[in-house]
Design a protein around this ligand. Structure first.
Ligand code: NAP
Length: 533
């Protein structure tokens, strides 16, 4: 113990999906727990990403907690793909239901976490001066929380307003009648653009890469479906844990070549009409076979050409630089239709890159666009951003990501060698951003809670992965991704080694089901591969 420092069994960093459940779970098992959160409330990404149009792209009935029948009795989702305010209200409701908020300090950022072997604790400092120590540090900071900062020359002299989708101001942003520019057309930009267009005097969309965008087709969901799940929650949870992505998303069992061209089109049309992420998994070989993938990709391009009236504009919006599904598929509500509006202009940054931001707008190499508001939807410093800014250090003064120069190295994406008692749930090497993050967090926090219980029951103070087990798991992560088309595509999920351009796919792609089995087997064998001491 250090003077002035409160001591806990566990410190949980982050009050998002994982952090809320973690604090509840660890408290329930009798551990003393402190939660630390930078924002002024719970919600994590759903607290910060309150940009207009934000909504989930996984069915709401999958994207929620499964640990509590009471929550299922009391909360009913209104929509197939719930919008951000509803998800935030849900997380707030769950946190209140289990007394989670009182265990958190809000408006407080972890500024350092130093492991000391003599105390067998992490000693944590924060932005508010609060100090605390813990036996176990659980980084529930998520993989997509540290925003990629806008680094365009001249931004500092822009006299209008600029905002980031990932940290949309709580006070709201005036959109009506303004000349708005948005940079970034990933999942966030694609959701914001149709709504911004409805309010703006004029919307300028600055697109670097055209992405595949398919209809969400959100719709009201009835109570009967939800009562049905609530009535057998344990079974439903196990069912989800045994799927590839932790959701009810249908997965085609047959390769594309099994179907005639007419049948292929019928399947694709049906999926376009029913909406959702299943466009990624209609045929069993579309993620590995370029020709099969081409058929699905071309179908989406045909839809773009049908929807967008100006053929030249349609070509610019047609995604062609990578196979469909090798980056996150974007779900939309009226994205392509938006480009038929008179008050929307697409600027193709491939042919006309941004030169600078001026006092009054954005200058590309060939034109200047006068703007009142710039919206940055540039994505995140994924996987390591949130971890790095917490300044976690072991006794040698190393940070967890120091050893990840050639791609992350973890055991099960949960721990990394050299960092005793540091848990990284949903970290690199787990299904992570490819899996249902509610179910995954629930499963992993249970795993961590059980692991702490095991250590305490056996008189161990610390645990970390053996080098050999970490190497073996890292190899398994690489093997699982080795045949995937997505390994070749530049994206925040791929680490490219600077020297030989070799590629490492960061999340585990072997499937949620196999991951769950591996994690359970490890635990059942006395945390095989981990070294308790
Ligand atoms: P993102 O997918 O990484 O997209 C970032 C966008 O910014 C891309 O269009 C990128 O262009 C562009 N960009 C970045 N730097 C740029 C620059 N210097 N100049 C011009 N353009 C630049 O980020 P995101 O849209 O925030 O989504 C990230 C992830 O968050 C998603 O994959 C998803 O997992 C999650 N998410 C989910 C939802 C949902 O549930 N519905 C919603 C939003 C986000 P390039 O493609 O050319 O790099």
């Amino acid at each position: 113990m250090t003077h002035g420092e409160a001591d806990y069994d566990v410190i949980v960093v982050g009050a998002g999906i994982g952090g809320i459940y973690a604090v509840h779970r660890f408290t329930r098992q009798g551990l003393s727990v402190l939660g630390i959160e930078g924002a002024n409330g719970v919600g994590g990404v759903w607290y910060h990403n309150r940009y207009p149009g934000a909504r989930v792209d996984v069915d709401s009935i999958d994207y929620c907690y499964y640990f509590s029948p009471e929550i299922w009795q009391q909360w009913h989702w209104t929509e197939r793909f719930a919008a951000q305010p509803e998800i935030l209200a849900y997380l707030d409701f769950v946190a209140d239901s289990f007394g989670v908020k009182q265990r958190f300090v809000f408006g407080t950022r972890v500024t350092s976490a130093q492991w000391r072997g003599d105390t067998a604790r992490y000693h944590v400092t924060t932005s508010t001066g609060l100090g605390a120590s813990c036996r176990f540090l659980v980084m529930a900071t998520g993989q997509l929380s540290a925003a990629r900062r806008p680094e365009f020359p001249g931004l500092e002299r822009f006299r209008g307003e600029w905002v980031q989708t990932s940290h949309w101001p709580e006070r709201g942003v005036d959109l009506d009648g303004r000349r708005i520019g948005i940079i970034g057309t990933g999942s966030s930009g694609v959701q914001a653009i149709p709504v911004l267009a409805q309010h703006a005097k004029h919307l300028h969309v600055f697109q670097r890469t055209a992405n595949y965008v398919v209809p969400a087709r959100t719709a009201p969901i009835g109570a009967a479906v939800q009562w049905g799940i609530a009535g057998q929650l344990g079974d439903e949870r196990e069912l989800l844990l045994a799927t590839r992505g932790g959701t009810r998303l249908p997965v085609g069992a047959r390769p594309l070549s099994h179907f005639s061209p007419a049948e292929q089109v019928a399947i694709l049309e049906r999926q376009w009409e029913s909406g959702g992420q299943a466009m990624n998994s209609l045929f069993s070989d579309q993620s590995t076979n370029q020709e099969s993938n081409d058929v699905v990709a071309e179908f989406v391009r045909r839809k773009v050409r049908e929807i967008v009236r100006d053929p030249g504009l349609a070509e610019k919006l047609c995604p062609s630089s990578y196979p469909i599904g090798t980056r996150r598929l974007c779900l939309d509500i009226g994205y392509y239709e938006t480009f038929n509006r008179d008050n929307v202009t697409l600027i193709d940054l491939r042919s006309d890159p941004i030169a600078e931001i001026t006092e009054t707008g954005i200058r590309t190499q060939t034109a200047h666009y006068e703007l009142d508001l710039i919206v940055f939807a540039l994505g995140f410093r994924a996987f390591t951003g949130a971890l790095d800014r917490a300044h976690i250090r072991n006794e040698r003064g190393a940070a967890p990501s120091d050893g990840w120069g050639r791609g992350p190295r973890t055991l099960l994406g949960l721990m990394t060698t050299g960092f005793p008692n540091l848990f990284l749930p949903t970290g690199p090497g787990s299904p992570s951003v490819l899996g249902n993050l509610f179910l995954q967090n629930e499963f992993l926090m249970d795993w961590i809670g059980d692991c702490i219980g095991y250590l305490d029951a056996h008189g161990f103070a610390t645990i970390e992965p053996s080098e050999a087990a970490q190497d073996a798991w890292t190899a398994q992560v690489a093997e699982a991704a080795s045949r995937l088309l997505r390994l070749r595509v530049d994206n925040y999920m791929v680490h490219v080694n600077a020297d030989d351009q070799s590629r490492v796919f960061i999340p585990y792609t072997g499937g949620f089901d196999r991951y769950v089995r591996a994690a359970r087997d490890t635990a059942a064998r006395g945390y095989e591969g981990f070294v308790p001491s």
